[in-house]
Design a protein around this ligand. Structure first.
Ligand code: ADP
Ligand code: MG
Length: 347
């Protein structure tokens, strides 16, 4: 089964950068790394802690939280809270958990800002295109137009006050694949902090969130793969602290039919999968924002994508679009200000 959560379009080098400055620490901190499969992808935690026991305790708690989130937000598990909500589509308002409420409120905000280019009600279309990728044949047009009838953020009513969600039409299907991994990374960082771990990095496929820099460094150095990443070293290195970065593109999840390359990202407004090759890297104050913005920026034309990024506080983006055999690069206004790292910073 091709997992919706699966990705690896970006190669991210998660390395501490050397920095000659010294940070006053009363306790020596060592680097620990943990990895578990969650949400259909590898969930990786790098953290600094005084000893192995405290590192393991903190990471265990973070992974436990991620499992809990998966049981709420997954569209792959029939038993998830999300799927239970979808089964009640066409009925009355349904009480939801804090997590599902937060993610759906945020999703609706981005849907409104992008007038539906980002839309988690796109589930029926996502499923049709997922099957198309498996079979290497385009979705049936009749089924596509039937699916489109069930898609639209105006058909989902999220009420913060009553903590309920109502899906207007039976058959509606929500898909949080474009936002939940970023949220999970944020939540994992929060749990690590509760366990006294303030310097950590959480990587979920192409979504990475970091807290304070590794001791004695300016930031976490993260390499952003070039458009054709196979076997190549990253072209850009960022140095991030208390921030998140998401890179999405179709390096892994795409299908080529009749010489056209179709992405796993869909334009919910037309029902069509995004064509052509593009890599979008978004930096934002948190993972949920960078994840959602990144997907939205893949759907919108580069100019509208940059407008969206520029209008979001603390966000910056780099868009690389393939044009024939070469590529065009677009930078948002704040991209310039994102601290950059370099391979030489790696120790
Ligand atoms: P990845 O999963 O590769 O990290 P994204 O964060 O961009 O990439 O999420 C892509 C997933 O989001 C798709 O596999 C699908 O489940 C869902 N999706 C596709 N198009 C949209 C869209 N326009 N709006 C919201 N969700 C989408
Ligand atoms: Mg995303």
């Amino acid at each position: 089964m091709i997992s919706k959560w699966y990705r690896a379009a970006v190669i991210c080098l998660l390395l501490p950068s050397a920095y000659p400055g010294t940070l006053a620490r009363t306790e020596r901190l060592d680097r620990f790394e943990f990895s578990q499969p969650h949400m259909g992808t590898e969930f990786r935690i790098v953290l600094y802690a005084p000893d192995a026991r405290r590192a393991a305790q903190a990471s265990d708690a973070a992974f436990k939280r991620v499992r809990e989130l998966d049981s709420r937000l997954s569209d792959y598990r029939e038993t998830s809270e999300l799927m239970s909500l979808c089964r009640q589509a066409g009925g009355g308002p349904v009480k939801v958990s804090d997590d599902l409420l937060r993610v759906l409120l945020e999703a609706q905000k981005f849907a409104e800002q992008t007038t539906g280019a980002f839309d988690v009600t796109a589930g029926p279309l996502v499923r049709l295109w997922r099957r198309a990728r498996r079979r290497s044949e385009l979705p049936d047009p009749v089924r596509l137009s039937q699916a489109r009838e069930l898609v639209g953020f105006d058909k989902m009513h999220v009420d913060e006050r009553t903590q309920t969600v109502r899906l207007a039409k039976p058959g509606m299907l929500l898909d949080l694949g474009a936002i939940a991994k970023g949220y999970a990374a944020d939540c994992a960082l929060a749990v690590l902090k509760q366990h006294g771990v303030t310097s950590a990095l959480v990587a979920v496929g192409g979504d990475i969130a970091v807290s304070a820099p590794p001791p004695g460094t300016r930031g976490w150095v993260i390499g952003i793969a070039s458009l054709d990443s196979r076997g190549k070293l990253p072209r850009h290195y960022l140095s991030l602290r208390d921030a998140a970065v998401s890179t999405s593109g179709d390096a892994q999840q795409y299908v080529e039919i009749g010489g056209v390359r179709y992405s796993h990202i869909i334009d919910p407004r037309t029902g069509q999968a995004i064509q052509g090759r593009r890599s979008v890297t978004v930096v934002a104050p948190n993972g949920m924002t960078s994840d959602a913005l990144d997907t939205a920026a893949n759907v919108l034309d580069p100019r509208s994508a940059l407008e969206l990024i520029d209008s979001t506080e603390g966000a910056a983006a780099l868009i690389v679009q393939a044009v024939g055999q070469s590529s065009r690069t677009f930078e948002s206004k704040r991209w310039h200000h994102v601290p950059k790292g370099a391979p030489r910073d790696v120790r």
